[in-house]
Design a protein around this ligand. Structure first.
Ligand code: HEM
Length: 123
């Protein structure tokens, strides 16, 4: 996965993709309630860092970290795999907005979707 970040940034800026990803999630009435009282700008910065390490293949301790980060959402706000899938639709739509090629966007989607159980259960 080493040069996935490079492949993406040849086609679009990671910052732009993440900004549109958040806009779409905040407008999506299936998941927008999960972002109430969250500092979205701060979260965007963390996501930027996270996606960068993910695409460089240098993310470490990922499952445990993601599980901890979303534990309150799962246990207190009822986040389920349906919410996860809705967010992934937003990510796909953001990549499509910048016309990222299928060969690159499908690798990014696979990498993000592979984190589903990490986000929801920490494993
Ligand atoms: C591959 C999928 C995902 C990744 C890589 C990811 C990544 C992250 C990261 C890095 C943080 C910051 C953790 C910290 O504070 O250190 C975070 C927090 C958060 N994520 Fe995700 N996330 C994912 C899926 C989702 C989904 C599906 C939702 C909701 C639909 C979501 C909503 C949130 C919210 C609301 C927070 C803030 C929690 C808080 O501050 O209380 N995330 N996420």
């Amino acid at each position: 996965m080493g040069n996935l970040l490079h492949q993406l940034t040849e086609q679009a800026s990671l910052q732009d993709v993440i900004a549109v990803f958040y806009e779409k999630m905040l407008l999506d009435n299936r998941i927008q309630h999960l972002f109430l009282n969250v500092d979205v700008a701060n979260l965007q910065r963390k996501q930027h860092w996270f996606f960068t390490t993910l695409m460089l293949g240098t993310a470490q301790g990922t499952a445990e970290y993601l599980g901890k980060s979303h534990r309150n959402l799962v246990h207190k706000k009822g986040m389920t795999d349906e919410h996860f899938d809705a967010a992934m639709e937003c990510l796909q739509a953001a990549l499509d907005t910048y016309k990222v090629s299928k060969s690159v966007s499908s690798q990014i989607m696979d990498a993000a979707i592979s984190l589903k159980s990490a986000v929801l259960t920490g494993k």
